[in-house]
Design a binder for this molecule. Sequence first.
Ligand code: PLP
Length: 397
Amino acid sequence: MKTARRTATLGASATVAITSRAKALVAEGVDLVTLSAGEPDFAAPGFVLDATVEALRAGHTSYAPVGGVPALRDAVAERFTRDYGVPFTRDQVIVTVGGKEALYDLFQVLVDPGDEVIVPAPYWVSYPTQIAMAGGRAVTVPCDASRGHALDIEALKAALTTRTVGVVLNSPNNPSGAVYDAESLGALADLAVQHDLWIISDDIYSAIRYDDTPFTSILHVRPELRERVFIVHGVAKTWAMTGFRVGFLAGSRVVLGRCMAVQSQTITSATTFAQHGALAAITGDDAFLGPWLAAYDARRRLVHAALEAMPGVRCALPSGAFYAFPDMRGLLDKRHRGDLVGNDRHLAELLLERAHVAVVPGSAFGSPGFLRLSYACATDRLALGLERIAAFVAELS
Ligand SMILES: Cc1ncc(COP(=O)(O)O)c(C=O)c1O
């Protein structure tokens, strides 16, 4: 029997693949330190759980309207109006099944076969694949580690062609932890106007920042661009609600209308009672976040100091999100127990199988030679994982 070519080469995301192998090792009884997960290790706030259970008991168990529960759309519009300094109304916001579905719908609506979308690297793993699923091509533009993975506007400019339809932004960035500044966003805004481009701004980590680093959106810098800017957000990271699968998409009413048509033919809506939990989250008190950020911050410093102390490893101190993205290129020509390390994928494999630490190879994010370590895990496990990596590195010859 036949299957379609469309998904023949579509693999599971690299993070999911590592997680599966890690789970298999744990099932075999291995005491594995998992630094590969992209989700907070905290439990969702109690008031969110209460609101979700109440929603179930109150009978919010049937289909929600396409585009989301109206009260949630209103609340997101209100919150975005406050956070972005640009007025949003209900029809400029839809609720999606996580930020992932917001991105998927957008690429389906914006990208024709042969169109190009610029994706600064390192990038979150799903952008290029989702663009390809829409028939388009992701044109990746490296953002150099030596410049803190800041947006490279000259390189972006050089990557533009007549087929470019948009640019994806992700700040704070997964995996680099970089936070984009107003100047580079302003320069990008100019390019967007000159070349008539969409800007897809994935702000899912906007609340997770350190050292008073401000969050600057392209909308803060150039609010008049609002018709060409989409904001992708959700409850997964800030509120530790990854399993709720609730995301938000804000932007042009016309494009959102098309996204809702996609939703009506695919998902109908995000899970109704989960949307009520999300409503409690985004209208509730953010006080829970302070202690979480303090914990992430302490771990960020721990992971940074430990990596910098390893010979051949360089690591920038991340400004946001909960990942460190060390440059391991200094280790790639070395051997571990006689086996050549060679590249980041093999390095991640060796760390998993021999040091029992799960990390994600940088090539999955478009940056070969790097590794991504998540510090959204218990501090003692993180410390143990770092000790194991240090011992592995010390064994290289
Ligand atoms: C940069 C980025 N965007 C979007 C998502 C998707 O988030 P959600 O769980 O809301 O689908 C993730 C999740 O890892 C992410 O890291």
